[in-house]
Design a binder for this molecule. Structure first.
Ligand code: ADP
Length: 182
Protein backbone atom coordinates (compact mmCIF):
# COMPACT_ATOMS: atom_id res chain seq x y z
CA UNK A 1 0.00 0.00 0.00
CA UNK A 2 1.18 3.49 -0.86
CA UNK A 3 2.62 5.54 2.00
CA UNK A 4 0.68 8.78 1.99
CA UNK A 5 -0.25 11.20 4.70
CA UNK A 6 -1.98 14.56 4.98
CA UNK A 7 -2.98 16.40 8.11
CA UNK A 8 -5.28 19.07 9.50
CA UNK A 9 -4.12 21.11 12.49
CA UNK A 10 -1.49 18.39 13.03
CA UNK A 11 -4.08 16.55 15.16
CA UNK A 12 -6.02 14.84 12.38
CA UNK A 13 -3.95 12.73 10.04
CA UNK A 14 -5.22 10.93 6.98
CA UNK A 15 -3.14 7.93 6.05
CA UNK A 16 -3.27 5.02 3.62
CA UNK A 17 -2.45 1.94 5.65
CA UNK A 18 -3.53 -1.42 6.97
CA UNK A 19 -4.95 -0.40 10.36
CA UNK A 20 -3.70 -3.61 12.00
CA UNK A 21 -0.08 -2.48 11.57
CA UNK A 22 -0.38 0.82 13.42
CA UNK A 23 1.54 1.58 16.61
CA UNK A 24 -1.11 3.70 18.30
CA UNK A 25 -2.82 3.56 21.69
CA UNK A 26 -6.13 2.44 20.16
CA UNK A 27 -7.47 1.32 16.82
CA UNK A 28 -11.18 1.35 16.10
CA UNK A 29 -12.87 -1.73 14.68
CA UNK A 30 -15.86 -1.39 12.35
CA UNK A 31 -17.54 -4.41 13.95
CA UNK A 32 -21.01 -5.93 13.70
CA UNK A 33 -23.61 -6.21 16.49
CA UNK A 34 -22.37 -9.62 17.63
CA UNK A 35 -18.78 -8.41 18.19
CA UNK A 36 -17.73 -11.94 17.29
CA UNK A 37 -15.78 -11.09 14.17
CA UNK A 38 -16.68 -10.81 10.50
CA UNK A 39 -15.19 -9.78 7.19
CA UNK A 40 -13.38 -6.63 6.08
CA UNK A 41 -11.48 -4.67 8.68
CA UNK A 42 -13.16 -6.67 11.49
CA UNK A 43 -11.76 -9.94 10.13
CA UNK A 44 -8.33 -8.40 9.61
CA UNK A 45 -8.26 -7.13 13.20
CA UNK A 46 -9.32 -10.48 14.67
CA UNK A 47 -6.71 -12.32 12.58
CA UNK A 48 -3.94 -9.93 13.59
CA UNK A 49 -4.94 -9.72 17.28
CA UNK A 50 -5.17 -13.50 17.68
CA UNK A 51 -7.80 -15.80 19.25
CA UNK A 52 -7.70 -14.23 22.73
CA UNK A 53 -9.58 -11.25 21.28
CA UNK A 54 -12.61 -13.40 20.51
CA UNK A 55 -12.61 -14.64 24.12
CA UNK A 56 -12.82 -11.09 25.46
CA UNK A 57 -15.40 -10.08 22.83
CA UNK A 58 -17.70 -12.95 23.86
CA UNK A 59 -17.91 -11.48 27.35
CA UNK A 60 -19.11 -8.13 26.00
CA UNK A 61 -22.46 -9.58 24.87
CA UNK A 62 -22.62 -7.62 21.63
CA UNK A 63 -22.86 -3.91 20.91
CA UNK A 64 -25.70 -1.72 19.66
CA UNK A 65 -25.31 0.22 16.43
CA UNK A 66 -23.67 3.58 17.15
CA UNK A 67 -22.22 2.45 20.48
CA UNK A 68 -18.64 1.46 21.32
CA UNK A 69 -16.89 -1.06 23.58
CA UNK A 70 -13.21 -1.54 24.31
CA UNK A 71 -10.92 -4.57 24.50
CA UNK A 72 -7.22 -5.17 24.73
CA UNK A 73 -5.21 -5.25 21.52
CA UNK A 74 -3.52 -8.62 22.19
CA UNK A 75 -1.05 -9.38 19.36
CA UNK A 76 -1.64 -6.04 17.65
CA UNK A 77 0.88 -3.22 17.99
CA UNK A 78 -2.04 -1.12 19.29
CA UNK A 79 -2.74 -1.34 23.03
CA UNK A 80 -6.54 -1.24 22.75
CA UNK A 81 -9.27 -1.96 20.25
CA UNK A 82 -12.45 0.11 20.35
CA UNK A 83 -15.24 -1.86 18.70
CA UNK A 84 -18.04 0.22 17.26
CA UNK A 85 -20.92 -0.81 15.04
CA UNK A 86 -21.70 1.40 12.07
CA UNK A 87 -25.13 1.55 10.43
CA UNK A 88 -25.98 -0.44 7.34
CA UNK A 89 -26.79 2.17 4.70
CA UNK A 90 -30.41 1.83 3.58
CA UNK A 91 -30.83 5.02 1.57
CA UNK A 92 -30.18 7.59 4.26
CA UNK A 93 -33.69 7.93 5.70
CA UNK A 94 -33.26 5.51 8.60
CA UNK A 95 -31.13 7.61 10.92
CA UNK A 96 -27.88 6.38 9.37
CA UNK A 97 -26.12 9.75 9.61
CA UNK A 98 -26.80 10.12 13.34
CA UNK A 99 -25.76 6.54 13.99
CA UNK A 100 -22.51 6.95 12.07
CA UNK A 101 -21.79 10.20 13.90
CA UNK A 102 -22.45 8.40 17.20
CA UNK A 103 -19.84 5.75 16.29
CA UNK A 104 -17.15 8.42 16.07
CA UNK A 105 -18.35 10.41 19.10
CA UNK A 106 -18.72 7.36 21.36
CA UNK A 107 -15.39 5.88 20.30
CA UNK A 108 -13.62 9.16 21.05
CA UNK A 109 -15.39 9.49 24.39
CA UNK A 110 -14.36 5.98 25.40
CA UNK A 111 -10.79 6.61 24.24
CA UNK A 112 -10.63 9.77 26.31
CA UNK A 113 -11.94 7.96 29.40
CA UNK A 114 -9.04 5.49 29.03
CA UNK A 115 -6.43 8.22 28.57
CA UNK A 116 -5.71 7.29 24.97
CA UNK A 117 -3.41 9.74 23.22
CA UNK A 118 -3.43 8.33 19.68
CA UNK A 119 -6.37 6.64 17.97
CA UNK A 120 -6.91 5.34 14.44
CA UNK A 121 -10.28 5.00 12.72
CA UNK A 122 -11.10 2.99 9.60
CA UNK A 123 -13.74 4.45 7.25
CA UNK A 124 -16.63 2.98 9.25
CA UNK A 125 -19.63 1.61 7.31
CA UNK A 126 -18.10 2.35 3.89
CA UNK A 127 -17.33 -1.29 3.09
CA UNK A 128 -20.01 -3.99 3.10
CA UNK A 129 -22.38 -1.60 4.92
CA UNK A 130 -22.33 0.62 1.80
CA UNK A 131 -22.41 4.06 3.36
CA UNK A 132 -21.55 6.57 0.57
CA UNK A 133 -17.88 7.42 1.05
CA UNK A 134 -18.23 11.20 0.54
CA UNK A 135 -20.99 11.58 3.12
CA UNK A 136 -19.26 9.25 5.54
CA UNK A 137 -16.08 11.34 5.28
CA UNK A 138 -18.03 14.54 6.05
CA UNK A 139 -19.52 12.92 9.14
CA UNK A 140 -16.17 11.53 10.32
CA UNK A 141 -14.38 14.85 9.94
CA UNK A 142 -17.21 16.78 11.53
CA UNK A 143 -17.39 14.55 14.60
CA UNK A 144 -13.63 14.33 15.08
CA UNK A 145 -13.15 18.09 14.73
CA UNK A 146 -16.06 18.79 17.05
CA UNK A 147 -14.61 16.48 19.68
CA UNK A 148 -11.09 17.88 19.47
CA UNK A 149 -12.36 21.46 19.65
CA UNK A 150 -14.76 20.96 22.51
CA UNK A 151 -12.76 18.97 25.01
CA UNK A 152 -9.49 19.33 26.78
CA UNK A 153 -8.94 15.72 25.86
CA UNK A 154 -5.94 13.50 26.25
CA UNK A 155 -6.17 12.67 22.58
CA UNK A 156 -3.28 14.17 20.64
CA UNK A 157 -3.61 12.50 17.26
CA UNK A 158 -6.57 11.02 15.42
CA UNK A 159 -5.67 8.97 12.35
CA UNK A 160 -8.25 8.35 9.67
CA UNK A 161 -7.09 5.24 7.89
CA UNK A 162 -7.95 4.95 4.21
CA UNK A 163 -7.73 1.51 2.71
CA UNK A 164 -7.16 2.60 -0.88
CA UNK A 165 -6.73 5.60 -3.09
CA UNK A 166 -10.44 6.38 -3.56
CA UNK A 167 -11.01 7.09 0.12
CA UNK A 168 -7.70 8.91 0.44
CA UNK A 169 -8.52 11.24 -2.47
CA UNK A 170 -11.90 12.08 -0.94
CA UNK A 171 -10.28 13.10 2.34
CA UNK A 172 -7.53 14.98 0.57
CA UNK A 173 -10.13 17.12 -1.20
CA UNK A 174 -12.11 17.71 1.98
CA UNK A 175 -9.04 18.73 3.97
CA UNK A 176 -8.04 21.16 1.23
CA UNK A 177 -11.51 22.74 1.43
CA UNK A 178 -11.39 22.97 5.22
CA UNK A 179 -7.93 24.53 5.15
CA UNK A 180 -9.08 27.07 2.54
CA UNK A 181 -11.99 28.13 4.78
CA UNK A 182 -9.58 29.50 7.37
P1 ADP B 1 -18.40 -1.94 7.36
O1 ADP B 1 -19.18 -3.21 7.62
O2 ADP B 1 -18.45 -0.98 8.52
O3 ADP B 1 -18.72 -1.32 6.05
P2 ADP B 1 -15.89 -3.00 6.29
O4 ADP B 1 -14.82 -3.73 7.02
O5 ADP B 1 -16.57 -3.74 5.19
O6 ADP B 1 -16.89 -2.46 7.41
O7 ADP B 1 -15.29 -1.67 5.70
C1 ADP B 1 -15.00 -0.53 6.44
C2 ADP B 1 -13.79 0.14 5.84
O8 ADP B 1 -12.61 -0.51 6.26
C3 ADP B 1 -13.76 0.12 4.30
O9 ADP B 1 -13.43 1.42 3.85
C4 ADP B 1 -12.65 -0.88 4.00
O10 ADP B 1 -12.00 -0.54 2.78
C5 ADP B 1 -11.73 -0.65 5.17
N1 ADP B 1 -10.78 -1.72 5.48
C6 ADP B 1 -10.84 -3.05 5.22
N2 ADP B 1 -9.75 -3.68 5.70
C7 ADP B 1 -8.98 -2.72 6.29
C8 ADP B 1 -7.71 -2.71 6.95
N3 ADP B 1 -7.01 -3.85 7.12
N4 ADP B 1 -7.22 -1.52 7.40
C9 ADP B 1 -7.91 -0.38 7.25
N5 ADP B 1 -9.11 -0.31 6.63
C10 ADP B 1 -9.63 -1.47 6.16
Amino acid sequence: MQQQSISLDRKIRIICEDITTLHVDAIVNAANNSLLGGGGVDGAIHRAAGPALLGECRKLKGCKTGEAKMTNGYDLPATYIIHTVGPIYQGGESGEADLLAACYANSLKLAQEKGVRSIAFPCISTGVYHYPKEEAADIALNEIRKFLQSSDSSIETVYIVCFGQVAFDIYKRKLALLSAQR
